[in-house]
Write a protein that binds this ligand. Structure first.
Ligand SMILES: Cc1cc2nc3c(=O)[nH]c(=O)nc-3n(C[C@H](O)[C@H](O)[C@H](O)COP(=O)(O)O)c2cc1C
Length: 387
């Protein structure tokens, strides 16, 4: 091991003291994960490259892909490239603080794990693996739709549950109650999932949405039961309207975070209808193509909300500087979808922990170099959007 490598490893060990970072990898990863491997990728993009080599093509495409021509998927990233920072100097940044208070929760970082369904394509029980990594890394995490109640032990302190809605008021109430009883701190209500979307990669791969539960590859010779092309128009929650927020709230006294807002008029309506926070999100470019990049949508939504509730954002975050840009444009915190999945696909739980460490380390450094030692000191004056 080179000295630099050894130092990097020592730093990592110091950061994760007492953590199961180097514990036995889950069986499904097949190869033993060793510390050298986890320290290999130097950024999130490189984690994706490792994950891509290890994952089944169906699984990789399911995670990486967007809808149709993937214009929005690309736009989410390019919006960050077209947004530049105007750092401040001669500010004391000898201490950089990532802490924030959010909806009654104390968070160690503004980087939160987004809900993502289909993690079982990567590993069995992947939601528990990701939650365990979040627990070790002291990261808030939102579990995927449908897995909200299974995290029986080792639940992260700030654990949120995700729903795309259900047909009746009674079922909404029951859901909210169960989340509360299971220790959930918030409900993330996804509002942009009215229909199963049209994902060319899945269609081409004859992806079966049943694999999201069973994993891939399917048994030899097994025909897809519900190929992506057939599922394309499948209704999820097309009848859901704003009163759904009230239904959830009447079931349990939990904050409801409305995820999937792009239009400033909807941002204002969410506030009027009792949302406790919104997430400006286009589902990582996975629901409707050609919609606006989230970083571009953020400022108008923030203005429409006018400080009445916190605004979060997600989509395309791969670097600490991306987080600074989002916060500068008014986000209180950000969600990350694919980044932890690349860590998971590359090395299981240690990979997720490393990804979380890396993004937080990059964020801390970016704040130090931007002259913004606290989250509150990050403002619109340090960012410029141009084309
Ligand atoms: C594989 C995968 C599954 C997802 N499943 C869900 C889901 O069940 N509910 C939801 O609200 N968003 C879901 N999302 C969207 C993420 O929560 C998030 O909005 C998006 O991934 C952010 O973009 P990023 O991947 O560029 O960080 C999913 C994303 C991915 C990549």
């Amino acid at each position: 091991m080179t000295t630099t490598r050894r130092n990097a490893l020592r730093n990592l060990l110091a950061f994760t003291a007492g953590s199961p970072l180097f514990a036995q990898s889950p069986d499904a990863l097949k190869e033993k994960v060793n510390d050298e491997d986890v320290l290999g990728p130097v950024n999130i993009h490189e984690f994706e490259i490792v994950a891509r080599k290890k994952l089944h093509k169906l699984a990789y495409d399911f995670i990486a892909g967007g809808v149709e021509d993937e214009q929005t998927l690309r736009a989410n990233r390019s919006a960050f490239e077209h947004t530049v920072l105007l750092p401040r100097v001669m500010v004391d940044t000898s201490k950089v603080d990532l802490h924030l208070s959010f909806l009654g929760m104390e968070l160690d970082s503004p980087i939160i794990i987004a809900p993502s369904g289909g993690k079982n394509l990567v590993l069995p029980n992947a939601d528990e693996v990701v939650a365990a990594a979040a627990l070790v890394s002291k990261t808030a995490v939102c579990s995927a739709t449908g897995v909200q109640l299974l995290l029986s032990e080792g639940k992260p302190l700030n654990w949120w549950a995700n729903t795309i809605g259900s047909p009746t008021e009674a079922s909404a109430k029951t859901y909210a109650k169960r989340v509360k009883e299971s220790g959930g701190k918030a409900i993330v209500l996804t509002v942009d999932n009215q229909y199963q979307s049209n994902r060319d990669r899945n269609n081409r791969n004859k992806f079966d949405y049943g694999y999201m539960q069973t994993g891939v590859p399917p048994t030899a010779g097994q025909k897809p039961r519900r190929p992506a092309t057939a599922a394309m128009w499948e209704p999820h929650t097309p009848g859901m309207t704003w009163n759904y927020i009230g239904w959830l709230k009447s079931g349990a006294n939990l904050p409801v975070i409305v995820k999937g807002i792009l239009n400033p008029e909807d941002a204002a309506l969410a506030v009027q209808n009792g949302a406790d926070a919104i997430v400006v999100s286009n589902h990582g470019g996975r629901q409707m193509d050609t919609v606006i990049a989230t970083l571009d949508a953020l400022p108008a939504c923030v203005d429409a909300v006018g400080g009445r509730i916190p605004v979060l954002m997600d989509g395309g975050i791969r670097r600490g500087t991306d987080v600074v840009k989002a916060l500068a444009l008014g986000a209180k915190a950000v969600l990350i979808g694919r980044a932890p999945l690349w860590g998971l696909g590359a090395f299981g739980q240690p990979g997720v922990e490393r990804v979380l460490w890396m993004l937080n380390a990059e964020l801390k450094l970016a704040m130090g170099l931007a002259g913004t030692p606290t989250l509150a000191s990050i403002n619109r004056k340090i960012v410029k959007q141009h084309r």
